[in-house]
Design a protein around this ligand. Structure first.
Ligand code: AMP
Ligand code: MG
Length: 435
C-alpha cells in the first residue's frame, strides 16, 4: 500500500513537490488524486515499492548478454598471467642493446605462442618469439622482426629503447581485484573479461517476469478481423519489446474486454504468475475505465495524475504479490510511462545498480511549445552536426501518434519550470536505450 507524506525529491534541474499519493484518494475525480505529483516523486514512490531483488541463478557465459551480475566477480589470477611479447620478433636483454651502431646476437631458440622457454636468456643471446609468447627469464625487450636483420642463427639489432613491446603480467587484471561489480548488466566486453578469468558461468539475477494485458473493447488482435470502431492493439507489442529490452521476461495475457468480472479474474491470474503486471488503457476517467474500479477493490493501488505530458493517468501498486502498473492507453503515453516508471522498477527488481538512463544536452533546432508546471517529453531526433549535438522534434506530438516514436531516437525532456523553448536554446535529451 502506498501512503504517507512524501518528502520533496529534487533531481538536477528538477521540480519540488510535497504531494502525498494516496493521501487524497477519493478527493479527485473518480478516485484520482486531486493534485498532480511530479515525475520525480512518482519515480521515487515506484522505486520504494520494489522491496526485493530477483533471486540469483547460474547461467553459462554464452547466455549472459544483458543479464545482471548478482555478485562481484573477483579475479583469481593475473591477466595476462605472464609478461609476454606484443609483437613477432626477437626477445633480448636490455643490457645487450647497443648504445650506438648495431649488435649481433645469437638466436638460441624459436618460441611459439603457447610454448615456454625454460631456461634463462644469457648475455649475447636472442630468442625468436611470437606475439603472446611468454618473455623468457633474463629478457625484457622485444625487437619487431622488421627492425632486425637475420642471417642463420645470427640476428643484428639496432639501438633501441629497453623494455618495449612487452605486455606485463597483470596489466589487464590483477588477481584479487573486483573486475565486474554486482549490478552490472553484461555487455559483450564483460562476457569477454569473465572468460579471460577462466569463468565458464556467472551468477546473475533471474529475469523479472512481466505479464502484459491490454484492456478495452475497442482494441482488436492484429491478424484478426477488426470490428467497426475498433483499432488494432499496439501497446501489448511495444510493451512486450520494452520489457524484453529492459531485461525482463514478458508473458502475453492478451486483450481483456471491458467486463468487470473477466478483468478481475484475468488480473488475479496474471498476478499469480508474474513479478510485475502491466496493463494499458482503462485508467483514465472514461465510463468504461474498469481497470480503476477493479483495482480500487484490490486496495493497494494508487491512481496518480503525474505532472507530465504525454501520459498523465497512471495506476501503481500491488495485486497480491505482484507489482502493478496501469499505464495509459494512448500508445506514446504507454511507452513513455514505461520508460519513466516501469523500467526503473524492473531494473531495481533485476538487481541493476543504474536505474535511469543518462541525459545529455543538445541545442533545440526549432521552437518547442511547453507549459510550465509539468515535465514534457517530445519525441526527438538527435544528431551531431557542426561540432555539436542538435535535436529537432519528429513533427506532430499527439500522444496517439505512435510513428513519432519510430522516427525518434530520443526523448527531449523539458523540465517543469521551463516554458516555451526558443530555437537555439539548450534542452535535455534522453537517448532511447538501444537507439
Ligand atoms: P484509455 O486510456 O483506455 O482511455 O485509452 C486512451 C486511448 O488509447 C484510446 O484512444 C484508446 O483507443 C487507445 N488505446 C487503448 N488501449 C490501446 C492499445 N492496447 N493499443 C492501442 N491503442 C490503445
Ligand atoms: Mg479505454
Amino acid at each position: 500500500m502506498i501512503g504517507g507524506v512524501i518528502g520533496s525529491t529534487r533531481e538536477p534541474g528538477g521540480y519540488r513537490s510535497t504531494v502525498a499519493p494516496g493521501g487524497n484518494r477519493g478527493a479527485g475525480s473518480a478516485g484520482y488524486n486531486a493534485r498532480m505529483i511530479s515525475v520525480a516523486d512518482a519515480q521515487a514512490h515506484v522505486l520504494a515499492l520494489v522491496a526485493r531483488v530477483a533471486a540469483p541463478e547460474v547461467i553459462p557465459l554464452d547466455a549472459g548478454l544483458g543479464r545482471v551480475l548478482a555478485e562481484d566477480v573477483r579475479a583469481t589470477l593475473d591477466v595476462p598471467p605472464t609478461d609476454n611479447s606484443a609483437v613477432d620478433g626477437y626477445a633480448v636483454r636490455s643490457a645487450d642493446i647497443p648504445a650506438s651502431g648495431t649488435r649481433e646476437l645469437t638466436v638460441v631458440a624459436e618460441l611459439a605462442a603457447g610454448a615456454v622457454f625454460e631456461t634463462t636468456l644469457g648475455p649475447g643471446e636472442a630468442l625468436r618469439i611470437m606475439t603472446g609468447a611468454p618473455i623468457p627469464a633474463g629478457a625484457d625487450t622485444v625487437y619487431p622482426q622488421e627492425l632486425v636483420e637475420r642471417a642463420g642463427r645470427v640476428v643484428r639489432i639496432p639501438g633501441g629503447a629497453p623494455g618495449v613491446n612487452v605486455r606485463h603480467r597483470g596489466e589487464d587484471v590483477r588477481a584479487g581485484t573486483v573486475v565486474l561489480p554486482a549490478g552490472v548488466a553484461l555487455r559483450p566486453q564483460e562476457l569477454g573479461v569473465a572468460a579471460s578469468l577462466g569463468l565458464p558461468q556467472l551468477l546473475v539475477r533471474q529475469k523479472p517476469r512481466v505479464a502484459i494485458l491490454s484492456t478495452g473493447d475497442e482494441v482488436a488482435e492484429p491478424g484478426h478481423a477488426r470490428k467497426p470502431g475498433q483499432i488494432f492493439d499496439s501497446n501489448r507489442f511495444s510493451l512486450h519489446g520494452l520489457v524484453e529490452a529492459a531485461g525482463g521476461e514478458p508473458t502475453d495475457h492478451g486483450i481483456v474486454p471491458d467486463l468487470y468480472d473477466v478483468l478481475h479474474a484475468r488480473l488475479r491470474a496474471a498476478a499469480a504468475t508474474a513479478d510485475v503486471v502491466l496493463t494499458s488503457g482503462g485508467v483514465s476517467v472514461g465510463d468504461h475505465d474498469l481497470v480503476k474500479a477493479v483495482l480500487q477493490e484490490a486496495g493497494g493501488i494508487d491512481f496518480w495524475q503525474v505532472a507530465m505530458q504525454p501520459g498523465r493517468p497512471l495506476a501503481v501498486g500491488r495485486i497480491g504479490p505482484a507489482l502493478f502498473f496501469g499505464l495509459p492507453g494512448n500508445p506514446v503515453a504507454s511507452m513513455l510511462t514505461f520508460h519513466l516508471f516501469v523500467r526503473p522498477a524492473l531494473w531495481k527488481l533485476g538487481g541493476r545498480r543504474e536505474l535511469f538512463p543518462p541525459r545529455f544536452h543538445a541545442v533545440a533546432m526549432e521552437a518547442m511549445s511547453k507549459k510550465a508546471g509539468r515535465r514534457e517529453f517530445k519525441r526527438g531526433i538527435l544528431s551531431y552536426a557542426s561540432d555539436r549535438w542538435e535535436v529537432r522534434t519528429t513533427g506532430p506530438q499527439g500522444s496517439g501518434i505512435l510513428t513519432s516514436m519510430t522516427l525518434a531516437n530520443c526523448f527531449v525532456v523539458i523540465d517543469e519550470e521551463r516554458g516555451d523553448v526558443a530555437e537555439g536554446e539548450t534542452v535535455s535529451v534522453e537517448p532511447f536505450p538501444g537507439g
